[in-house]
Design a protein around this ligand. Sequence first.
Ligand code: ZN
Length: 356
Amino acid sequence: MSDPKPFDPLAGRDPAAPLDEEAQYLFEDAVRRMPKCELHLHHEGAAPPDFIRQLASEKSVNLSGIFDRDGGYAYADFPDFLRVYEAATQVLKTPEDYHRLTLAVLEQSAEHGVIYCESFLSPDFCGGGDVSAWREYLAAIEDAAGIAERAHGITLRGIVTAVRHFGPETAKRSALCAAETAGEFITGFGMGGDETMGHQGDFAYAFDMAREAHLKLTTHAGEFGGPESIREAIRDLRVVRIGHGVRAIEDMALVEEIAARGIVLEVCPGSNVALGLYPDIAAHPIKRLQEAGVNVTVSTDDPPFFHTDMTGEFVQLNKSFGWGIPEFCALGHSAIAAAFCSEPLRARLKKQMETN
Ligand SMILES: [Zn+2]
């Protein structure tokens, strides 16, 4: 028998009263166990450091200088983060590597109660943009996702992702890979990479191709780019979700437009703080965006690189804004409503959220 709602150790408490150690432990445990849905996760960026170390040692690749004393990823600033990210992910070369990566990532997510996640998969890293090579990587990822689903009860869907700083022509190749493999597993198309390179509209052809293949669309905007980058994404790429989008807060007319259009923001507070957009979670605009009527969701982006996970994100939101289990349930429902998945799967996830 399942409880009708996730256990809430804070129910009935004065929200302003500080938690003692035991109450904090019970709260964090309840947060960890409650069912969650994550929409913004980079497949390579979710690679656990232990897994990368193991793979590097099998391949005799020297990765000294990217780990801290506790074995986590270590970097000093944003350029250094890029160096560490590239060094860690360069050991991922073959479909078999991606099979193992997928198992490691999903096992890690399931430990934090994630029952559904969408991850960004890039044909540029999986077969160099070649459709037949991409199919091999995808088959390996899907096979591993099936194993993880049976073992841990977590469902994965893939968003094929263009890398912005590789340019529009390369993005077209990614869109072709996406269109050729669109279906039950590949359900979306998006774009990550350096937001300061070119304009969103430079990639309209790739996004049009993906839209014609019935893929749902998202793009990174309003992270390192300002409000104009978000406006371009909405106008030129006609996306239904935006990766980050938090810098919309600098332009309240844009915030109103996002709310009115029902565009969903894939907000990753821990990532934004780790990369220096905001000094801490208390300064993060997620609450102000939500209060202005924007449909926000919470994700981890590249969790081990930012020393975060879904439990940690929620615990930080509790500490800064007093959000508790009811607010996290509402965020989970927003994410399921915005998921790029089939309607039968959405109905099943909704039921799981309500009955677990
Ligand atoms: Zn991202």
